[in-house]
Design a binder for this molecule. Sequence first.
Ligand code: HEC
Ligand code: HEC
Length: 386
Amino acid sequence: MMIRLVETGLVLFAFGGLIILVGGFARKPLWKEIGALIAAIMGPLTLACCWFVLLDIRQNETVYWARLMAGDAADFFATGSLGLIVGSGLAVGVLSLENRLASLRVGAIFLALSWIFLFLHPTPHYVPIPGWLDKLVWFMVLVGGAGICVVVFRKLKDRLRSFSMPLFILAGIFPLLSLVTFSAHKQAQVFLDLGSMPMEQRLSMIGCLACHSMNGEGQSNPGGGLEAVMSRTEDDLRGFLLEPTDQNAKQFNIRENPTGDMAGVHLTPGQVNALLEALSKVYGFRQPVSKDVSMEGVESILAARSCLACHSVGDRGAAGGGVGGTLEDAAKLGQETLHAWLLNPSADNAKQLGIRENPVGAMGNFALTEEEADVIVPWVLSLKRK
Ligand code: HEC
Ligand code: HEC
């Protein structure tokens, strides 16, 4: 039902844009004002409905959401959203250059109040800034925008008259642009035949990069770098991807404290096979090892945490040192840095400790405990090349 509301809102919003254009070109100020009023009311309302819809589908139809955010439908979706957000602001802008305070008041109030929806509900997409900053940005855009329009009306209207023409043209075009959102939703419903696509595209088209990064591209929050699969076995990954709930993340040793954010990702077995093939071609998986209970100390940690899936030592481990490099090179970091790193091997920490300028961030989920670090650090130091 919410989707129908959004669709109706978009159509009315675009209709408002059309009337602004017709009124502007036919020199009928009243039409222009009515069009701008429709767009200024429908824009913020539709934006608020969109927000709810996105929150809901992120939870339940995560792949659909991910395709809108970062997959094959992302360009359409971004264009449509731009039309909706900018168009709403411009509509109030058009009103600020007209003579009637009443319409401007209504438009500015709708624009400013729409901020409340964005404030009360979490951002339905992952953005690389903290939550409070995200809310502040929206506050500045929506409430600030409405405020500026009122100031323009009161103080600057006469001086800005010459902008009236380009402004109404833009204010007419952006709402029409928002109709591209329909194409985005259409695209996101098309079944993706992953098996026929090149390897990396399989992962990007279906939207995995909305929550994961791959070679530094995409969102590393909340899923982390897909490089992490190098230390997993194919069986564990298959088990998890077929039903990626938080229980399964635990059961298949993916996370000790899972978020469960992938639980709404429903993939067919065929899609899981195609994605696993892509992950294994791009990164490769660890071979299953039978844990040798008699192993102690360093060897047992290396095996349990599969460090050598991403690193090499001597002639063992990942080819060419792997994504993480040879451990002999790490000896020069010194005792303190090594210790701090192994307890918290996040991308941020890699920068802070001077380990990498552009970290891959792949080691984030392989932190050692104090006791393990006490075993591994002296061992790494002992690898120092003489
Ligand atoms: C809504 C965000 C989200 C989307 C979309 C998403 N993931 Fe995830 N993914 C996560 C989270 C979070 C985890 C860690 C498990 C947890 O916390 O529940 C994870 C874990 C994984 C893992 C295990 C990583 C490891 O550490 O070994 C793989 C593999 C994976 N995802 C693949 C995919 C693929 C393939 C797609 C695209 C179809 C995808 N994910 C889409 C959030 C997401
Ligand atoms: C999924 C891949 C992966 C796994 C598994 C992994 N690492 Fe790493 N490691 C990396 C990456 C990548 C870096 C470089 C930092 C970055 O780019 O985020 C790194 C950096 C390091 C460094 C610093 C290296 C330097 O050149 O300065 C040490 C030491 C290290 N890892 C030890 C370990 C140990 C010990 C384990 C097992 C407990 C382990 N790593 C498991 C990927 C991994």
